[in-house]
Design a protein around this ligand. Structure first.
Ligand SMILES: [Zn+2]
Length: 299
């Protein structure tokens, strides 16, 4: 009874004034939902399937996970929708978001021509709704209000430094990389960027430091290299990957590097969705499933 009364007295919302960044559990894929203190919303990728011959999965993760999450959070408008790159495990789930949510602006990081059914369906959805649509590249600065900003660090503003052959690795390297800032706290969201993109970031004079690193390419061995971890110096890392995925993500070598750097790491395949809350000074991490057994936590 006392607890119930105490809970009531906690109103208004204890999350008020905080930036909320949730790395959703969309299986083998990526989806991040950002909510600013006053409720502006940015959705980065939507999960999906790697089979790009189909515009959408039969058990579409967008309508099964992403849309219900937005509904549960009371989100009835997506101000900024970002597609980091056109692979099926990032674009597929955005189709239902495009269908069901009012959307402000769509930002697309796709650099090379990519004529797959999933990506073409995404472009068709944007066009049929007459949404504001822009290609996004390094140097762009987004103001989300409340002092929340995002700097685009990749893909490069000009040229094709990662090549022009749209194989998996090349397309991954052109991923949108965002550095989100709120007060003194930062989030570095790497998309599926791999070593080549990391090297371009490291060669730049950009401030890469962040409290939270959303690791590139689902924790693969060819991302989150030593030099990047040293420069970003995060307290937390989030790896978005599916249980028993066929790719072996995350790679043991990547997990070892994160451990060596003393980074507390959450994995969506083990922890479910991971929520980060920032008050502008510090970041708190809350995994949906804690790695600490409940019984131990109650002791
Ligand atoms: Zn991916």
């Amino acid at each position: 009874m006392l607890w119930w009364g105490a809970a009531h007295s906690l109103h208004p919302d204890p999350e008020r004034g905080r930036l909320r960044v949730c790395v959703l559990d969309v299986g083998q894929g990526d989806c991040i939902v950002v909510e600013t203190p006053s409720g502006r919303t940015m959705v980065i990728d939507g999960g999906g399937v790697n089979d790009e011959t189909r515009p959408s999965d039969g058990a579409d993760v967008g309508s099964r996970v992403v849309a219900p999450y937005l509904y549960a959070r009371g989100i009835n408008r997506v101000d900024v929708l970002v597609l980091t790159h056109p692979h099926g495990d990032h674009v597929g789930g955005l189709l239902s978001v495009l269908r069901e949510e009012p959307i402000g602006t769509v930002l697309d990081g796709t650099v090379l021509p990519y004529p797959t059914p999933a990506y073409q369906a995404f472009l068709a959805g944007v066009k049929s709704r007459h949404l504001s649509y822009k290609h996004v590249f390094r140097g762009m600065h987004l103001d989300l209000g409340d002092g929340v900003t995002a700097d685009v660090l990749n893909p490069p503003a000009s040229g094709t430094p990662y090549g022009e052959n749209p194989d998996n690795s090349t397309v991954n390297n052109y991923s949108v990389v965002l550095r989100l800032t709120y007060g003194r706290t930062h989030f570095l969201l790497m998309g599926d960027a791999e070593a080549a993109a990391e090297q371009v970031l490291l060669n730049s004079s950009s401030d890469l430091t962040a409290d939270v690193l959303k690791t590139g390419h689902h924790g693969a061995a060819n991302a989150s290299g030593e030099a990047l971890l040293a420069r970003v110096h995060p307290r937390y890392a989030a790896i978005s990957c599916g249980r028993h995925n066929h790719f072996g993500h995350p790679a043991p070598a990547t997990l070892a590097r994160l451990t060596t750097h003393g980074i507390q790491t959450f994995r969506t395949d083990q922890n479910g969705a991971v929520t980060f809350l920032s008050d502008g000074q510090t970041v708190e991490a809350t995994p949906f499933i804690s790695s600490v057994p409940l019984a131990a936590g109650l002791r």
